[in-house]
Design a protein around this ligand. Structure first.
Ligand SMILES: Cc1cc2nc3c(=O)[nH]c(=O)nc-3n(C[C@H](O)[C@H](O)[C@H](O)COP(=O)(O)OP(=O)(O)OC[C@H]3O[C@@H](n4cnc5c(N)ncnc54)[C@H](O)[C@@H]3O)c2cc1C
Length: 317
């Protein structure tokens, strides 16, 4: 079966890996690199995770993947909880940043970056995936792993009965600040501070010292604003956001001078209210919606949703 996977984030890559070998799979992503929200950015010598910062494991499927990553040195344990909140459960990260996990999953797959899918439309014998350069990829089955409002827009002309309560699902927004410093930060060991993400009195929901985490060779700190703060300031000018966030970041920057500071906005940071099933399947036309809206939010939700999407496609054949 020819399977087109739209989105090379965690869900899409896991789905593609599961189907690889038995099916003819291509993964398409609009970004310059695989990973989606598993994003690691270089600024000069610094390396910063600027999407997901770490992940935890509850289920056997992800544990098996993590055991393999640990053995090969692709992932490692960052800590067992953050400043003042250690609870003994491992928090894992990518050894060279979270994006290295995505790169590992993508290795050996036919994955194509800088491929913005413009439309997914039905043909007499399957699907046409239309790229924004006008090229097309024919497929028998399609897995869409973009945030669901985006997947729905791609399928707008496919006349599928996608439930309205699914495609109208809301996502949190997150504004991030990436800083490069001239000396170590004042973020306490183990280099992460976690606050209540809904607490409107805090500007930040999470602060990560990428050097203490072992990702950056030089001091570099990622600040993620809380959901209320991000929503309130979403339309602010980027220069103003930079100033406001730097002011709030000062206690964690300590005595260091800021060598560089960049603002990053995540419009679809995570689902407000996850969908009940691990993916949405339309068996008659062989299309699946997957991603972290399904199967529980965050890293493990996206991972499990990718597996469920692959299982659904196996069921089509
Ligand atoms: C700021 C932030 C912090 C987070 N922190 C954590 C954390 O600490 N722990 C945790 O477990 N989780 C965290 N998460 C959540 C975690 O990153 C996500 O749950 C997970 O990475 C989602 O994977 P996904 O495959 O579902 O979606 P994505 O990673 O969003 O993948 C979807 C892909 O689709 C692509 N795409 C979209 N539209 C198109 C198109 N038209 N054509 C082609 N490609 C397209 C995108 O480029 C993207 O690569 C965080 C997320 C953010 C944003």
């Amino acid at each position: 079966m020819r399977v087109a996977v739209i989105g090379a984030g965690l869900a899409g890559l896991v789905a593609a890996r599961s189907l690889h070998g038995d099916h003819d799979v291509v993964v398409l992503d609009k970004g310059p690199s695989v990973g989606g929200r598993l994003a690691t950015r270089r600024i000069g010598e610094a390396r910063l995770d600027h999407g997901a910062q770490f992940f935890t494991v509850r289920g056997a499927a992800l544990q098996a993947q993590v055991d393999d990553w640990l053995e090969r040195g692709i992932a490692r344990v960052w800590c067992h909880g953050f400043a003042g909140r250690a609870d003994g459960y491992p928090r894992y990260c990518g050894s060279d940043g979270m994006n290295s996990l995505a790169k590992d999953l993508a290795s050996g797959l036919d994955h194509r970056t800088n491929q913005m899918v413009f439309m997914v439309r039905r043909t007499e014998d399957g699907w046409d995936v239309v790229i924004d350069d006008g090229s097309r990829i024919a497929a028998d089955a399609v897995i869409l792993t973009c945030p669901v409002p985006q997947s729905w827009a791609l399928l707008a002309q496919a006349e599928l009965a996608i439930p309205e309560e699914l495609f109208r699902r809301a996502y949190h927004r997150t504004i991030g600040l990436l800083t490069v410093l001239d000396r170590p930060s004042a973020v306490p060991s183990p280099g992460g501070v976690q606050f209540d993400a809904d607490d409107a009195s805090n500007a930040f929901g999470f602060i990560a010292d990428n050097q203490a985490k072992g990702v950056s060779p030089v001091p570099a700190v990622t600040f993620h604003a809380t959901q209320p703060w991000s929503t309130e300031h979403w339309d602010d000018d980027v220069a103003l956001l930079r100033t406001l966030l730097l002011e709030r970041a000062r206690p964690w920057i300590g005595e260091a001078c800021v060598l560089d500071a960049q603002v990053k906005k995540w419009r679809f940071a995570g689902p407000v209210d996850p969908w009940v099933d691990a993916c949405w399947v339309e068996a008659e036309h062989q299309v699946v919606l997957a991603g972290d809206l399904f199967a529980g939010p965050k890293f493990e939700g996206a991972f499990n949703s990718g597996l469920a999407a692959a299982a659904a496609v196996v069921g089509f054949s």
